[in-house]
Structures are given as structure tokens and as C-alpha cells.
Design a protein around this ligand. Structure first.
Ligand code: FEO
Length: 177
């Protein structure tokens, strides 16, 4: 449905495509964390990160839908291999919090370009992600804090794992196209 003048700049299309990849990479990273916990016998944490990976895939799809909605081509590149090493149970939690800050930076970079280009449509689209990133950082920090408080003895860890097991998947509140 390509008609009329392109709404998105070439640079913007590139950045949005890069974000599709970044979100799929996030999904991959969280699946790696999920598998680490599965191997360690912490099925609650496994559940939590598997759902987190599903959310990241949703994010990728939203960027993909947005590119398509604007009549541009989606270019799927190779997804990098997750290369983080986890020695202790808290390591994925810390790596997750760190990763979300990086993703926030990526979203902010796209926003800054949209702002500079008077691309109000993309700013509107990204608003959901700005809010989502604040939530994701908050939850990731919370996971670290809770583990630091309660994760060092087996009873505490058992309760935390049970809490993580209760997470259920919900589809994103944003739809595109
Ligand atoms: Fe897609 Fe965790 O941000």
C-alpha cells in the first residue's frame, strides 16, 4: 500500500528496522536466561523469562507492523547469539536490568530523530514504548532487589520462584495496522 509521499525518512526506516532486530535479540537473550533457570531447576524463573521473551517478540512485531503500515519494507537481519555468562542465580536478573536500560536508550535515540524530523506519527507510536520501558526497568530492578533481600536462603528462594511462576502472558495493549 505504497501511495503518495513517504511519511518516514530513510534514516527512520533504518532505525525502526534495527529496532525489530533489537527486540528479537531481547527475546533471544531472555530465552537464554529462561533456559539457564530451567537447567538450574528454578521453573518459576524459567516461566517468567519465557514470558518476557514472548513480550519482546510482541515488541518486534509491533515495530514490524508499524514499518509495514507506513508502506516501507521490513528487512530482517541475523539475530546475534546471546553471549552472557551466568554463574549465580542473580546474574540474569542483573543482566536483564542492564539490558533494559540499553533498550531504553535505543528507543530514546529513535524518538530523538523523530522529534528532529517533525515525525509526529512515529513519536505517537513510540510513546507506548517510552512508557513500557519505564515499566520494564522498574520490574527488572525489582527482581534484583527482591533476590538480594530474599534469595540467599533456600526458603526465600523457593518463595521467589513460586512468585515468578505465577506470571501469565498478556498481549500488549498497543496494536498497529
Ligand atoms: Fe522490548 Fe524489554 O523492551
Amino acid at each position: 500500500m505504497k501511495e503518495g509521499a513517504a511519511m518516514l525518512s530513510k534514516k527512520m526506516v533504518e532505525m525502526l528496522n534495527a529496532q525489530v532486530n533489537a527486540e528479537f535479540y531481547s527475546a533471544y537473550l531472555y530465552l537464554d536466561m529462561a533456559n539457564y533457570y530451567k537447567n538450574e531447576g528454578l521453573d518459576g524463573y524459567y516461566n517468567w523469562y519465557k514470558i518476557q521473551a514472548q513480550e519482546e517478540r510482541d515488541h518486534a512485531m509491533l515495530f514490524m507492523d508499524y514499518i509495514q503500515q507506513n508502506g516501507e519494507a521490513v528487512v530482517l537481519e541475523a539475530i546475534a547469539k546471546p553471549d552472557k555468562e551466568f554463574k549465580e542465580f542473580i546474574d540474569p536478573l542483573k543482566a536483564g536490568a542492564e539490558h533494559e536500560r540499553i533498550v531504553t536508550g535505543l528507543i530514546n535515540d529513535i524518538y530523538a530523530v523523530a522529534y528532529k524530523e517533525n515525525d509526529f506519527r512515529t513519536m505517537q507510536f513510540l510513546n507506548w514504548f517510552v512508557k513500557e520501558q519505564a515499566e520494564e526497568e522498574d520490574v527488572a530492578d525489582d527482581n534484583v532487589k527482591k533476590f538480594e533481600l530474599f534469595g540467599s536462603d533456600s526458603k526465600g528462594l523457593y518463595s521467589l520462584d513460586a512468585e515468578m511462576a505465577s506470571r501469565v502472558y498478556t498481549a500488549p495493549s498497543l496494536t498497529v495496522g
